[in-house]
Design a protein around this ligand. Structure first.
Ligand code: A2P
Length: 274
């Protein structure tokens, strides 16, 4: 495994296992961080319309000079557009903001009312070849079942909150059985969490000479979960990508799995108010 290692999605498209997440990244920082990440060897960038930084993500991509086809760019349909049935408008807006002519992965951001209709329209956009894969985010199995009722296209990805305090094993297993790749957001517990300070992670990391963040990211990779840590610091970008020179033992993977407390730092997909 290395920074370019990919996972094959259910339509054959390859997604890089490690990407840069840009949630809560301020406009001015974003272009620089995206460029640094690409210079470090990241090829996968995850944004969303609601983050308000698609324009800067596009700038960072262009500043890096990398060939478009070497990159994997994800963005997401915002809830307001899902509710109002403005799927095309949402998609075209994101494409224009990013300054790209296709998206690698387009996700329904939350299971807002109207998501089945959104899925049907996204399927058409996919069939037109304007996005290489489509998927969902923050979907419970019962939401995925509702998609399966209206469409033969199985989401390529479900992106959800996952970290050592919310290990999501049942959801990962469910997605695995359906051929849906699991992808974790807030893998380090986000800005509000205290996951990185947990002594178990420090202890595991010590044995490998790695930080708690590196232990968590490696646990994602070895669990087959695509992961998109966010950082605005260059040295952390590099640190978060330096996870290919060690392998967690089965016991250590099990120890991290056992840290689960079903503790969310974000909203529950069954109860969100945005
Ligand atoms: P910063 O951007 O200041 O580096 P998430 O779990 O949502 O990906 O959030 C990661 C949070 O942890 C961010 O607040 C980020 O802050 C911080 N972070 C990212 N990488 C590391 C790291 N290697 N060590 C410590 N903190 C990190």
């Amino acid at each position: 495994m290395n920074l370019q290692t990919t996972k094959k999605l259910n339509n054959g498209v390859e997604i890089p296992m490690l990407g840069l997440g840009v949630f809560r990244m301020e406009g001015d920082d974003t272009a620089n961080v995206v460029r640094w990440a690409i210079e470090t060897g990241y090829t996968h960038i995850d944004t969303a319309k609601v983050y308000g930084n698609e324009v800067q993500v596009g700038e960072g991509i262009r500043q890096s000079g990398i060939a478009r086809e070497k990159l994997f760019v994800t963005t997401k349909l915002w809830n307001e557009d899902t509710r109002q049935g403005k799927i095309r408008e949402g998609f075209e807006g994101s494409l224009a903001s990013l300054g790209l002519d296709y998206i690698d992965l387009y996700l329904i951001h939350w299971p807002a009312d109207g998501f089945e209709k959104a899925w049907e329209e996204m399927s058409r956009i996919y069939q037109e070849g304007r996005v290489r894969a489509i998927g969902v985010s923050n979907f419970h199995p019962h939401h995925l079942e509702r998609i399966a009722k209206v469409s033969e296209i199985v989401p390529a990805v479900n992106q959800f909150e996952m970290h050592p305090y919310l290990t999501q094993q049942p959801l990962r297993e469910y997605c695995g059985k359906q051929g849906i790749a699991s992808e974790s957001w807030s893998p380090l517990g986000g800005a509000r969490g205290n996951v990185l300070a947990d002594p178990v992670l420090a202890e595991i990391g010590q044995a490998y000479g790695k930080s708690p963040a590196q232990v968590i990211l490696r646990w994602n990779l070895q669990s087959g979960v695509v992961v998109i840590p966010k950082t605005t610091h260059k040295e952390r970008l590099i640190q978060n990508a330096s996870i290919y020179d060690f392998e967690l033992s089965k016991q250590d993977i099990a120890r991290i799995d056992a840290m689960n407390k079903n503790q969310r730092f974000g909203s529950d997909p069954d109860n969100f108010n945005f």
